[in-house]
Design a binder for this molecule. Structure first.
Ligand SMILES: [Zn+2]
Ligand SMILES: [Zn+2]
Length: 177
């Protein structure tokens, strides 16, 4: 769906849409949409800016940061966004913008695609780090076993193999002293 600035100038648009998994490009390999994305919103022109206000809902599949198992996360987000035409900025304004680090967004040409707006909102709604459960035990650093599902033998011999090269380096250093 293209939100055309000339059409929005004539009237406000009500949006009720459902995007099946695979129809939106999220520009991310870190998650996968697993349910239709439902959006309810209105788009209108406010003082030359495109305003999109509404909410979206979907579910995505991500990977647990500890054990790499898949986790289904519910995504719900309310948004009220303003997009300015790219051409409206004077060089002074552009300079000011760089100084204030605002969350100003822009559209080029005649408008913008709703799909791009939604993809960005889903990315913003994702948790920084996903864990399948608060007591996830993660993977064994030695053999890679998922410790939620199995006990491995490595646990008992305390040293961490990732630190082994460092330990050896230290030993060499002490020998030289
Ligand atoms: Zn986990
Ligand atoms: Zn192990």
């Amino acid at each position: 769906m293209f939100l055309d600035v000339n059409e929005l100038a004539v009237r406000k648009t009500r949006i009720r849409k459902s995007y099946a998994p695979g129809t939106l490009d999220f520009h991310s390999g870190e998650f996968r949409q697993v349910e239709p994305l439902e959006v309810r919103a209105t788009a209108e022109l406010v003082e030359g800016q495109i305003r999109i206000c509404g909410n979206l809902h979907t579910r995505v599949e991500l990977v647990c940061a500890r054990c790499l198992d898949t986790v289904i996360e519910e995504i719900s987000r309310d948004f009220d966004l303003f997009y300015r035409p790219m051409t409206s900025m004077s060089p002074e304004e552009e300079f000011q913008l760089n100084l204030d680090d605002t969350e100003m967004a822009f559209f080029e040409g005649d408008g913008l695609f709703l799909a791009d707006v939604l993809a960005e909102q889903v990315n913003l709604a994702l948790p920084m780090k996903v864990i399948c459960s608060s007591d996830c035990r993660g993977l064994c650093p030695h053999c890679g076993a998922n410790l939620n599902n199995e006990e491995c033998r490595c646990e008992k011999n305390g040293s961490d193999s990732r630190l082994a090269p460092l330990a050896r380096l230290k030993q060499d250093w002490f020998k030289k002293q």
